[in-house]
Ligand binder design. Structure first.
Ligand SMILES: *[C@@H]1O[C@H](CO)[C@@H](O)[C@H](O)[C@H]1NC(C)=O
Ligand SMILES: *[C@@H]1O[C@H](CO)[C@@H](O)[C@H](O)[C@H]1NC(C)=O
Ligand SMILES: *[C@@H]1O[C@H](CO)[C@@H](O)[C@H](O)[C@H]1NC(C)=O
Ligand SMILES: *[C@@H]1O[C@H](CO)[C@@H](O)[C@H](O)[C@H]1NC(C)=O
Ligand SMILES: *[C@@H]1O[C@H](CO)[C@@H](O)[C@H](O)[C@H]1NC(C)=O
Ligand SMILES: *[C@@H]1O[C@H](CO)[C@@H](O)[C@H](O)[C@H]1NC(C)=O
Ligand SMILES: *[C@@H]1O[C@H](CO)[C@@H](O)[C@H](O)[C@H]1NC(C)=O
Ligand SMILES: *[C@@H]1O[C@H](CO)[C@@H](O)[C@H](O)[C@H]1NC(C)=O
Ligand SMILES: *[C@@H]1O[C@H](CO)[C@@H](O)[C@H](O)[C@H]1NC(C)=O
Ligand SMILES: *[C@@H]1O[C@H](CO)[C@@H](O)[C@H](O)[C@H]1NC(C)=O
Length: 863
């Protein structure tokens, strides 16, 4: 992502419009559109900025009311003004460079909200230029931009180039009264923005339907998508700047994209000669200037001419595109003179187009919209071709094109950038996910999902959600890697550390059996006073810091924000619950701090980070099959303990590969069971809203909204396939039948060809018997009905069996066995797996704390 050819870079240099001849009769300016909503913000600027087209961008101070930064985050300076005199060598670069002389740096999740007076199409235009700054290196800033819960505009975006302004233009159908742009920095990073436009566009700009290619179909429902303008070309003519466009658009010359420049000849007429028809094209669709110039075939007089004019533009694959072609017959001498075909990526868009017959006139503007399906974009190129129709022999062999727009359409997940399914960005639109999930679940499920959606909408929004501590305990959403990997090996943290210190604590409640109590200053010391450099994860509700305690214990420190009394109660409940859960395969809560109204949880640090990072998406060396089995077994043990071993039956609710963390010895531990739900704790506990991660969610849970242990089993089945195939559980870029890993894997399983989709890095190394057992277990987990799914104990037993088969078949592998991996040493018990006894065999070496045991240790600790 973010390659330069994917971005519409406005190169304002060299762009003086000096000698374009309009002719005498021309209307030199088009009728301008007066946008009902017109927010122009020059971020970071101390004064208003007036552009040469007359538009005035408001200064930062006068638009400060639109900006809401997350003041609850401890960083007190949450934004910095940059005021650098840009080295603008060319006066014509004025507009963009004027706006980019200043920027606002956003160090935490922040949002710009504006009131929308008139719903409908709106332009959102963003200007980025990484100005130099002493503290913040903007070229290394990585961040995402979303529109509330609706659409992802930019995902993990960064601007490395300092030679030009990066300009992004979106077209969104805004239906709510408030429109928000949310800037979300990556962990340890920050966001910046130089200027923002949020401006109404006329309704007529884009209709709900367009033709499909190949010719013949109609695509409708465009209202429901978001669009990003990738290319907007004034074919055969010069640049058109916002000053000369009715909607402040920029039209670039086409020469750079012309694949066969020798074959074209540009033609132009006076813009005044261009007529708009009664219906169809108007000055908002494109100004006269666009229609007044065109490319036609060179030497079109020659009878034997027969080739295509071709424009090629590189685009992001995996997305569908709206291709808008603008035509105006400014070359024919008489009606019905030229007939030509329009092709998009080799597919026929329209055949034998006779422009003059449409309005019975020449020099009349006309445009056509085509939707090019993502599946028709093979190599990241959109190619538009026009060529003479050979079957119709009347008239000249010629073809023309006056203007061309290539516009990206948001994908099923509501994203215009990146594939967010697996990463679960908060920017994901539930509506769009409904579509994806629905693929596999049929209509009934869709209806239920809609109900869920309605409930979901009733929840407090993101910004209120921060106030709920319980929500803060949700897994971290924004980052694929919650815990950074680190080569350093750390001693496993002892559960309550070796030290003391309940004294002097004046928190909200007594530390009765709640793990170690930390003073705030202890944690300050451990994290270098919560230095940004020690942040290893950022969630919507707080940050996670790496902290080294005085005794050298490495920890992950989750810091929430002081909040309502309700938050404190939930904090207390959570700690009580977490403190009871002790298991070798669960990430341990070491302790907490509530001093100074802080709510801080201290967990053991997991040096090797999330399992997913070792499967795909990062450059970690692949795990062997044996390692994968051991990790799955570990995670299964953790879950089994939650389900059956602990005081109550606890349902994790968010089993996925990012919640399975690996310690320095690759021992798997389940994390983020903070949002787990104890079956017996229905009241006053975590809300019953459907939670979890798409791709892993139990379809039955959706249908019935009833949570059982079997929902975790389902999710774990997805994890098993993810581990086997090493691909994301949702990948919207793939053809429809492959989007969802669970469905796709089951298809291959039913065909008996599961071996075809194994992670190629380990495909040859798996013992067939081991594979069979493993896949059987995974398949059973994915059974449609919970009652048909095995318990975690069963799954565990099958996995251990699979490991045995693998070990029996392989020669002793020195490199693998040298690790003192404890799980590997234990052969599966042949006993019935489901019973707790079988499990306690492998678990009795663990410090398993039920309340009585716990208080004993607590006392010990106090000595
Ligand atoms: C930049 O700073 C200088 C002085 O520090 C000030 O005169 C100027 O107005 C500032 N420019 C902007 C765009 O804020
Ligand atoms: C400013 O422009 C001049 C002339 O184009 C160039 O020599 C100089 O390196 C530029 N300075 C910066 C900081 O870009
Ligand atoms: C925007 O979407 C709504 C439905 O969500 C639709 O009714 C409306 O016509 C759309 N407006 C425009 C200008 O597309
Ligand atoms: C800023 O970050 C970029 C990319 O990470 C790096 O190439 C550049 O050297 C950094 N500049 C400074 C001044 O640190
Ligand atoms: C039109 O073509 C001529 C020569 O073929 C070229 O010099 C000129 O720059 C072209 N104009 C545009 C707007 O492309
Ligand atoms: C743009 O419009 C202005 C008047 O608003 C006119 O003077 C100028 O020539 C136009 N430029 C082009 C390239 O059309
Ligand atoms: C100029 O524009 C006006 C309205 O915008 C129109 O009535 C008039 O016919 C136009 N003139 C020419 C020469 O196109
Ligand atoms: C024009 O392009 C289309 C689609 O790529 C192709 O089928 C056709 O043969 C081309 N025509 C000529 C004359 O090359
Ligand atoms: C794209 O094509 C695929 C198969 O060719 C089809 O299933 C899908 O519905 C199409 N998408 C759109 C948006 O038309
Ligand atoms: C990519 O597509 C373009 C246009 O269809 C074609 O000209 C080019 O040869 C293709 N390149 C590859 C590597 O397939």
């Amino acid at each position: 992502m973010g390659e330069e050819n994917h971005t519409l870079l406005i190169l304002f240099l060299l762009l003086l419009l000096s000698n374009f001849n309009f002719g005498k009769s021309s209307n030199s300016s088009e009728v301008a559109f007066t946008p009902p909503d017109n927010y122009l913000i020059d971020c970071g600027s101390s004064q208003d900025t007036k552009l040469d087209d007359g538009r005035i961008f408001k200064s930062d101070s006068s638009s400060r009311s639109y900006l809401e930064t997350n003041v609850e985050v401890e960083v007190s300076v949450d934004s910095i003004l940059v005021n650098t005199t840009s080295n603008s060598s060319s006066p014509s670069s004025a507009s963009a460079l004027l706006l980019c002389r200043s920027a606002r740096i956003l160090t935490s999740d922040s949002k710009y909200s504006v009131h929308i007076s008139s719903p409908g199409w709106h332009w959102v235009r963003l200007y980025f230029y990484p100005l130099p700054h002493l503290k913040y290196n903007l070229t290394s800033a990585v961040f995402s931009v979303t529109t509330g819960d609706e659409f992802v505009l930019l995902h993990e975006f960064s601007v490395r180039e300092t030679t030009s302004v990066v300009f992004k233009e979106y077209l969104l159908n805004v239906t709510s009264e408030t429109f928000s742009l949310i800037f979300k920095p990556n962990q340890q990073s920050y966001a910046f923005i130089n200027a923002i436009e949020i401006v109404s566009a006329p309704d007529s700009l884009l209709s709900d339907s367009a033709s499909t290619v190949p010719q013949g179909g109609t695509f409708s429902g465009l209202f429901n998508y978001a669009f990003e303008v990738f290319y907007r070309l004034n074919v055969g003519g010069p640049i058109i700047t916002p000053k000369n466009d009715t909607l402040s658009r920029t039209w670039l010359p086409d020469t750079e994209y012309n694949a066969f420049p020798q074959g074209v000849q540009n033609v132009s007429v006076s813009p005044g000669a261009i007529k708009y028809p009664q219906h169809g094209a108007n000055t908002y669709i494109a100004p006269r200037l666009v229609y007044a110039s065109a490319d036609q075939m060179a030497d079109s007089d020659t009878e034997s001419q027969n080739f295509n004019l071709t424009w090629e533009m590189s685009v992001d694959p995996g997305f569908s595109y709206l291709i808008r072609t603008h035509f105006c017959d400014i070359v024919s001498k008489s009606l019905n003179d030229i007939y030509f075909n329009v092709y998009i990526n080799g597919l026929i868009g329209v055949s034998s187009l006779d422009l003059s017959s449409i309005n019975n006139a020449l020099s009349t503007a006309y445009y056509m919209d085509f939707v090019l399906n993502a599946s028709s974009i093979q190599n990241g190129t959109v190619a538009v071709q026009v060529g003479p129709t050979t079957t119709v022999q009347s008239g000249q062999p010629n073809a023309i094109l006056n203007g061309l727009e290539v516009i990206k359409i948001s994908n099923k997940l509501g994203s215009l950038d990146g594939l967010l399914g697996a990463k679960g960005s908060q920017g994901m639109s539930i509506m769009k996910i409904v579509a994806v999930v629905g693929l596999g679940m049929g209509l009934t499920a869709m209806v239920l999902l809609a109900m869920v959606f309605i409930r979901w909408q009733k929840r407090p929004n993101d910004w209120q959600k921060r106030k709920s501590f319980s929500s803060w305990l949700l897994p971290l959403h924004t980052n694929q890697s919650t815990f950074l990997s680190s080569k350093s090996s750390s001693r496993r943290s002892s559960i309550f550390g070796s030290r003391k210190s309940k004294s002097g604590h004046s928190g909200y409640f007594n530390n009765q059996g709640l793990g170690r109590y930390f003073t705030f200053s202890e944690l300050q010391n451990a994290t270098l006073n919560f230095d940004e450099k020690t942040v290893i994860g950022v969630g919507g509700f707080g940050k996670v810091y790496f902290g080294e305690l005085e005794d050298g214990t490495k920890t992950a420190i989750k810091r929430g924000n002081p909040s309502s009394q309700q938050g404190i109660n939930e904090f207390q409940t959570e700690i009580q619950m977490l403190s009871k859960l002790r298991h070798r395969h669960l990430v341990s809560l070491i302790g907490f701090s509530d001093e100074r109204s802080e709510m801080i949880l201290v967990y053991e640090y997991m040096a090797n980070g999330p399992l997913r990072d070792h499967l795909y998406g990062s450059n970690q060396p692949p795990l062997s099959w044996k390692q994968r089995l051991e990790i799955c077994i570990g995670a299964a043990r953790g879950l089994h303990y939650l389900h059956t071993g602990a005081a109550q039956g606890i349902i994790h609710r968010d089993v996925k590969t990012t919640n399975i963390l690996l310690d320095e010895n690759f021992v798997a531990k389940v994390s983020d069971f903070g949002l787990s739900k104890a079956a017996s704790m229905e009241q006053g506990y975590v809300s019953t809203a459907v939670k979890g991660s798409f791709g892993y969610l139990d379809p039955e849970y959706f249908r019935k909204q009833q949570l059982t242990e079997k929902s975790d089993v389902y999710s774990f089945g997805v994890v098993l396939f993810e581990v086997l195939c090493a691909r994301p559980v949702i990948n919207p870029a793939l053809p429809r039948d492959q989007v969802n890993l669970a469905e796709w894997a089951m298809q291959w399983y039913r065909k008996g060809m599961i071996d075809k989709i194994i992670d190629p890095q380990i495909a040859g190394t798996i013992n067939p018997g081991s594979l069979k057992k493993y896949v059987e277990a995974a398949e059973k987990c994915l059974a449609e009905y919970g009652v048909d799914r095995p318990g975690m104990g069963d799954v565990l037993w099958n996995l251990e069996y699979a490991l045995q088969l693998q070990e029996a078949s392989s020669q002793p592998d020195i490199s693998e066995d040298k690790s003192t991996n404890l799980i590997a040493l234990k052969k599966p018990s042949r006993r019935a797996p489901e019973g707790e006894s079988a499990v306690s065999i492998s678990d009795d070496s663990e410090v398993t704390l039920d309340s009585p045991m716990f208080s004993e240790l607590g006392n010990f600790q106090g000595r």
